[in-house]
Design a protein around this ligand. Structure first.
Ligand code: NOJ
Ligand code: CA
Length: 554
């Protein structure tokens, strides 16, 4: 196997102890679906607190919580009515404080979701804004007159289908909503709106959160003249996945106004001012396909987000060419000061094990945890949870209701802790908010923790290996050429240590030549000792921690 030049050398920049967002592994908890402690069928904060010992045992470092703020739940919490409270469904502020205390006791960081682009239509700010045209919160949202024929002000579309404008009878103007009509877009040009939003960030920073995941970051700035988006003649994909009608337009005016970077800098300065004794970080949801636009969210002088989330593996085809292309594309768009990150799933996607297959999901976990950059795991992927079948009358996700086929419910079903009636998620007599996957009796944390070949044991082993390996945490990445057909091989290396990763994307058993060293196999087999020729099993992935590490990645 011959080598290529590393696309990026991690020695470009030192990684310090404060850089927990670089060295750690993030685990996304969708609060509704993680652990229901009070038996109402909906996960809650005390439930999450109770399960933090599991996360510490698993070996992740950072817990990202999707929204738990008061909300009418039209978009399950991404429609906020109070940025500085906890929805009673999820608990209380005291229970949030207890969660933070317990997480920090266990050496886990906590990041919370922040939803700046829109509020709920039931937020008191919107109630005031819509009341009359001269209200002092009128400009906190985006209002505009109809066209002469009564049509919406321009051609902007909602991500969730249909026009992005709804006519409000109270004042006879349209308001903008990039998502649901129940999620009116805020107007970040309004200084008092910004002040309130920054106040909310301060509120959670004071309570000890370690950082934020900022929702729909590119939507925070729009063209003040509300110009029509130009057509996208060949429907080129604008976002990381196909978006149906939304892809009919080039999103030149409805997102991505450069002013966003000013707000990002302001947010970053606020965060930095809280980072003296407790280093904080902010990451952004940026699903843009355009890598230059995506990378701009790091800021010009490292004054933007610590990282925009990288979704490019979500759309990967499970092939060596596709994975390599996605990783190389990412590496190529980063400068020396940009830290990469990868995720393969989230509450907005279908489950990995259903997308790629069960064996492939195991290999994909090995991939995710051995790439250069911060990995984010989605709850349940560590046990290989599958998409649940959601009957038409059980569809809860508004995207799925408005655009059949786009529903996100199959990947949001409750965490499968054990084989009991409520899967350990909720009580036997409770009805979970989404149906439990029928396979929870055989796919659950309890059973998998007793099986050293399980997906859970594999994930835990990989997390431990990653933590122990300088090459995996900080090393450069180099892909090797001239490898067997259907395989991907890369080396992670620092001056002192090296790991070789081999992934077989086929059902065949190609022979590879491996260096000597400790091996973790995606098949779950432990104590594997390999050196020299080795026949990969179908869809197997291996990471070899080289015993005799050098600097030459060939
Ligand atoms: C992105 C979130 O991840 C998604 O779940 C939500 O529906 C939209 N933003 C709107 O907030
Ligand atoms: Ca509950």
């Amino acid at each position: 196997m011959t080598s290529e030049q590393p696309t990026r050398d991690s020695s470009d920049e030192a990684v310090t102890a404060d850089d927990w967002w670089k060295t750690g592994v993030v685990y996304q908890v969708y609060p509704r679906s993680f652990q229901d402690l009070n038996g109402d069928g909906i996960g809650d904060l005390p439930g999450i607190t109770e399960r933090l010992t599991y996360l510490a045992w698993l070996g992740v470092d950072v817990v990202w919580l999707s929204p738990f703020y008061p909300s009418p739940m039209k978009d399950f919490g991404y429609d906020v009515t109070d940025y500085c409270e906890v929805d009673p469904m999820f608990g209380t502020l005291d229970e949030f404080d207890a969660l933070i205390t317990e997480a920090h006791r266990l050496d886990l960081k906590v990041m919370v979701d922040f939803v700046p682009n829109h509020t709920s239509d039931l937020h008191p700010w919107f109630a005031e804004s819509r009341a009359d045209r001269t209200n002092d919160k009128r400009d906190w949202y985006i209002w505009s007159d109809a066209k002469a024929d009564g049509a919406p002000p321009n051609n902007w579309l909602s991500v969730f289908g249909g026009p992005a404008w709804t006519l409000d009878d109270t004042t006879g103007q349209y308001y903008l909503h990039s998502f649901l009509p129940e999620q009116p877009d805020t107007n970040w040009f309004a200084p008092n709106l910004r002040k309130q939003m920054f106040g909310a960030l301060g509120f959670w920073l004071e309570r000890g959160v370690d950082g934020f995941r900022v929702d729909a970051a590119p939507f925070m700035g729009k063209d003040p003249e509300l110009r029509d988006n130009p057509l996208n003649p060949d429907h080129t994909q604008v976002f990381q996945k196909p978006m149906a009608d939304f892809d009919q337009f080039r999103h030149v005016y409805d997102i991505q106004h450069p002013v966003i970077h000013e707000y990002n800098r302001e947010m970053r300065a606020l965060l930095d001012s809280y980072s003296v004794t407790q280093p904080r970080a902010m990451i952004a949801e940026v699903t843009l396909n355009d890598r230059v636009a995506w990378a701009s969210y790091y800021g010009i002088n490292r004054d933007g987000y610590h990282m925009p989330l990288n979704f490019n593996l979500v759309s990967v085809h499970w092939s060596p060419e596709s994975v390599r292309a996605k990783v190389e594309e990412m590496e190529a768009c980063l400068t020396a000061t940009h830290w990469p990150n990868y995720l393969m799933s989230s509450h907005d996607e279908l489950r990995i094990a259903s997308r790629f297959g069960v064996a492939q999901a195991r290999a994909s976990m090995l991939l995710l945890l051995t790439l250069r950059g911060t990995p984010t795991l989605y709850y349940g992927d560590e046990i290989g949870m599958l998409n649940a079948t959601i009957a038409p009358d059980q569809v809860r996700d508004p995207w799925g209701v408005r655009m059949p086929g786009y529903g996100r419910d199959p990947g949001r079903t409750p965490m499968q802790w054990d084989a009991s009636v409520g899967a350990g998620f909720t009580r036997a007599d409770a009805t979970p908010w989404l149906p439990l996957h029928a396979d929870h009796a055989v796919h659950n944390v309890e059973m998998q923790s007793d099986d050293e070949c399980s997906m859970l044991s594999l994930t835990r082993r990989l997390l431990a290996v990653r933590r122990s390996s300088e090459a995996l945490v900080r090393g450069a990445i180099t892909f090797l050429d001239d490898v067997p057909h259907g395989c991907l091989v890369y080396v992670r290396h620092t001056d002192e240590s090296r790991c070789v990763v081999v992934i077989n994307f086929t059902a065949d058993c190609p022979e590879v030549i491996l260096p000597g060293g400790a091996v973790v196999s995606s098949t779950g087999e432990t104590h594997l000792t390999v050196s020299g020729p080795f026949n990969m099993r179908a869809y197997e992935a291996l990471v070899v921690l080289e015993a005799d590490a050098g600097t030459d990645p060939s």
